[in-house]
Ligand binder design. Structure first.
Ligand code: ADP
Ligand code: ASP
Ligand code: MG
Length: 612
């Protein structure tokens, strides 16, 4: 007999008929001899409706009252599903997050789970009842026992956390698509279903906009080794399995906050090439990285910072052995990248740094936990290490630093995060079989804004201060890019720092930075809300030259200008104009050969039920 946690999303319980169909499915699993805990979301678009109501009353409703309001949606569906099960003769009991004992932080509207009491659940299960639990909600650990919610889409997280706490055999997420596809089928009709995906790849996709799973759900599955499956609630097809390596045992106490970093990794065989003042127009990155790929050179990190006037900087890292050839390609291309639009900017300039090291902290949920990256930056600052490039992803934050600083940096990071260090594990990935596609999936995030801080003094500790400040406001940051170009301002060497945040956080981030700018000695803070972030993710891109070039070429072919580039080992993200987001996604999906026949089954399912 297995213990199964099933979760049904909003559309899966969107009507009386759907709730009855879910009850049938649950009963079938019980009749097959399993014990079931069922997590449900609010019916259909109920949560959106409640948010709208709140905004009709208040422009800036209190977070506490939002939790009070939004948590009601799930309370309706748990009661109805329990009734539907009872109608089928299946004993069932509904429970709110508080009744179960899903204990969270007090942070309203974005609370993280601290612990889950299992005793009451187990008592009901032992009586042969199905326990139907309200998703997305909990109760605070403070004295006043406040109702909290986990953040939009958080029922997935409730389900996986329950599965971890109960040591369930499997957690099944039932939704309105057949599983995890190579892209959102609403935007890319020929997206293909995957039978499997690694939790690292899924973490990246989820945090880059693939909302089929809440990123924190994947994080918990990875950390606790929960078997996770995403399936359609309309069919019996097997769906997609999210594969996690066997994790180190970890305590259930502090479930979503404990030990974010598993290891410190380093790679001392890196060199950096920067091209300054290249024209800000479509096709430049495609051409540069196309020629580098033709030389079969493997690039590690790539960043392109925000433009200044009508030019950009691009920097990338290669192994020291490849530096000479990479530099030659860059030098050969530079004269051709004359800025015709504004001759005053002259030719592109190539700069190289021969001895770079990359130090990384690896774990799960790096972006979702804003304090983690900030802690890395302040640890490096305290060790007197200047950060040259930053690469963020959900599974890793990496900093390129001078090779001479590497040992000091590693020692400080191991100490700060209480973990041991190891050389980067890339070799194991390089051994992957050739059949592995370089890119597994693509995602689009239309809810991001770009912020830039001009004239940040170029000295250790500035990134730490800026990102600590944002972390204190609970603002998660992605795509952090420091310009390669230095400018003198009042005798001080400065750089610009740009990054992306959730659009909803843009005003708060701007206000916090503007308030701190005089003290930090920084210049103006600018915001661009009209952006889209398109990303390609795949473990197969490690050690395979030309993948980034392929993505840039796909965008260039569509005449789409790239505003920012940031890569990590298993993802490439480009910021483009908001209006070009969907077209970019489609172009990149097609370029990596991810398309197939249109998903007939997806369309059939949607009829009437999904895309009302
Ligand atoms: P639920 O209410 O069941 O939680 P969601 O709307 O939160 O459902 O998530 C399912 C939706 O995620 C799908 O309808 C699809 O449009 C979207 N989606 C985005 N990216 C992907 C992807 N890569 N694979 C599958 N679905 C995706
Ligand atoms: N009902 C909540 C939402 O719409 C939680 C969820 O469905 O996961 O965000
Ligand atoms: Mg969802």
């Amino acid at each position: 007999m297995a213990l199964i946690v099933q979760k049904y999303g909003g559309t899966s319980v969107g009507s009386v008929e759907r709730i009855q169909a879910v009850a049938q499915r649950v009963k079938q699993a019980v009749d097959a001899g399993n014990s079931l805990v069922v997590v449900v979301s609010a019916m259909g678009k109920t949560t959106d409706g409640l948010v709208k109501l709140a905004h009709e009353i208040s422009k800036n409703p209190s977070r506490r009252e939002m939790d009070m309001l939004l948590s009601t949606g799930e309370q309706v569906s748990i009661a109805l599903l329990s009734m539907a099960l009872q109608e089928l003769g299946q004993p069932a009991v509904s429970m709110t997050g508080a009744q179960v004992g899903i204990v969270t932080e007090a942070a309203h509207t974005r609370a993280r789970i601290l612990s889950i009491e299992t005793e009451r659940l187990e008592r009901h299960l032992n009586h042969g009842e199905v326990v139907v639990v309200a998703g997305f909600q909990g109760i605070s650990n403070s004295d006043d026992l406040e109702i909290t919610t986990l953040g939009r889409g958080g029922s997935d997280t409730s389900a996986v956390a329950l599965a971890a706490a109960l040591k369930a055999d499997v957690c099944e997420i039932y939704t309105d698509v057949p599983g995890i596809l190579s892209a959102d089928p609403r935007l890319v009709p020929d997206a293909q279903l995957m039978t499997e995906i690694t939790s690292d790849e899924m973490l990246e996709l989820a945090s880059l906009g693939a909302k089929v799973l809440h990123p924190r759900a994947v994080e918990i599955a990875r950390n606790y080794g929960v078997t996770l499956v995403v399936r359609s609630s309309w069919t019996d097809d097997p769906g997609t399995r999210v594969i996690s390596p066997t994790p180190q045992p970890r305590p259930l106490e502090g479930l979503e906050i404990a030990q974010p970093v598993d290891a410190v990794e380093f790679d001392t065989d890196q060199a950096k090439v920067s091209l300054l003042r290249i024209p800000d127009r479509p096709g430049v990155a495609a051409r540069l990285f196309g020629e580098i790929a033709d030389q079969n050179l493997d690039i590690d990190l790539i960043i392109q910072s925000i433009h200044e006037g009508n030019t950009n900087d691009i920097a990338f890292t290669v192994t020291q052995q490849s530096l000479k050839r990479a530099e030659a390609v860059a030098a050969a291309i530079a004269p051709a990248l004359r800025n015709h639009a504004d001759p005053a900017y002259g030719e592109a300039e190539v700069m190289v740094e021969r001895a770079i090291a990359k130090v990384s902290i690896a774990g799960a949920g790096m972006i979702g936990r804003p304090g983690v990256a900030a802690q890395m930056f302040s640890t490096l600052a305290n060790a007197g290490v200047n950060i040259q490039m930053i690469s963020t992803s959900e599974v890793k934050v990496s900093c390129a630093i001078a090779a001479a600083d590497c040992d000091r940096a590693i020692a400080a990071l191991c100490d700060a995060f209480e973990v041991s260090s190891s050389p980067a594990q890339l070799e194991t990935f390089k051994a992957h079989d050739e059949a592995m596609p370089p890119v597994r999936g693509v995602a689009l995030d239309l809810n991001q804004a770009q912020l830039a801080i001009r004239h940040v003094p170029d000295r250790p500790g500035m990134a730490a201060k800026i990102f600590r400040l944002l972390a204190e406001h609970a603002i998660s940051v992605d795509m952090i890019i420091q310009s390669q170009r230095c400018r003198l301002k009042e005798g001080c060497v400065t750089r610009d720092i740009a990054f992306t945040v959730a659009r909803a956080d843009a005003d708060a981030a701007k206000a916090a930075l503007e308030a701190a700018a005089p003290e930090l000695g920084c210049g103006e803070v600018t915001v661009n809300r009209a952006i889209a972030k398109v990303s390609a993710v795949g473990i197969g891109m490690i050690g395979r030259p030309g993948v980034a070039a392929q993505m840039f070429q796909a965008l260039a072919k569509e005449q789409i200008n790239i505003l920012m580039i940031a890569t990590s080992e298993i993802k490439i993200s480009c910021v483009v104009d908001e209006a070009e987001g969907v077209r970019s996604l489609q172009a990149v999906h097609a370029a990596f050969g991810l398309g197939g026949n249109p998903q007939v089954s997806v369309h059939a399912q949607r009829e009437g039920a999904v895309f009302q």
